[in-house]
Design a protein around this ligand. Sequence first.
Ligand code: NDP
Length: 371
Amino acid sequence: MQSRRDFIQKLTGSVIALQISPAVIAASCNSAVTHYDGPVLRVAIMGLGSYGTRVAEAMKDCKKAKLVGVISGTPSKIKDWQAKYNIPEKNCYNYETFDQVKNNPDIDAVYVITPNALHHHQVIRVAKAGKHVICEKPMSINAKDGQEMVDACKKANVKLLVGYRMHFEPKTLEIIRMRKAGELGKVLFFQGLCGFNIGDPTQWRLNKQLSGGGSMMDIGIYAINGARYMVGEEPIWVTAQETKTNHEKFKEGVDETIQFQFGFPGGAVASCLSTYAMNNLDRFFLDAEKGYAELYPSTGYGPIQGRTSKGELTQPHVTHQTVQMDEMAGIIFEGKQPPVPVDGEEGVKDLKIIDAIFEAAKTGKKINLKL
Ligand code: NDP
């Protein structure tokens, strides 16, 4: 299967699969479940780009979620998607009209898959329209905006979930299970390496107005989020160092490469790399007193591969977005609690860390974190 990074590199525009607990597998496209009687989450996708397309394709295999609507600024894409996914005219909106989703009883949730800096206002508008929101990572471009999104969704009494697909990935979940069960012993160290060589210099990912940054917002966030779920604690301090080799391509405020380090309350430390200028970087390594765990690749679309001191991880590959959407339907309708949260608060924690990394890289200071 093609990796996210391969895809982005080939497109020179932008564009990254897993294994799970028995419960998650049962809800996936690989499921042995042949019959599902419960409520189906009816979703409209906002932003019909590369990742929106991947989600739409994966949703074809969902049992608990269904693509029923679109929100797009490109009329020709709306027409294509209507034909491809059998979407009725009444469930089609553009960026001016989508507040009207409020009056549409056939849509339960909107999945926001647009450039990062647009998420804030779009999510708040969806919340005001009374619909649940799923928002792609990064949830927004700073913690303040992220908190406003959480508050708006609380006020509107709708759920806000972030597209953290790795939180449902079986091999990832097996390592988390082993760590929680004490099979690895006390965690001492985590290393997260996340990056790829980005192509087209004109794409929105390299435009601070739309991206909110560079590699950190896009790919470094996987190392941040991964450090938290692999170690199982929230970091209490961060240090960071930025390097830039191409000032023309990576303008002011658009990071090319940042190395960052975390300290955790239990004494573990982490060392991570986020970059838009190196390939072959998609690796998590966890060292603990009784053993180790490695995922390589760790966050691509899959198959994820991994091993621990006890041997190879053998959980099956699943389509991340299929499992994610079925599990999110369970969270929204049944109040299910995923092993690693995917709510707005989780998104804000990563944004607080990103804010601190940028500050640490700029000032050279160690920044204390309170998540
Ligand atoms: P794309 O550029 O491929 O698509 C973004 C879409 O957003 C566009 O096609 C367009 O759709 C819409 N859009 C609205 N306003 C703008 C604008 N001003 N400039 C550009 N596009 C606009 O991006 P991706 O799909 O790769 O990324 C979208 C989001 O998904 C990002 O937040 C990214 O971080 C996240 N993502 C998450 C991944 C994951 O694995 N969880 C993987 C890849 C991306 P339309 O024409 O329909 O309006």
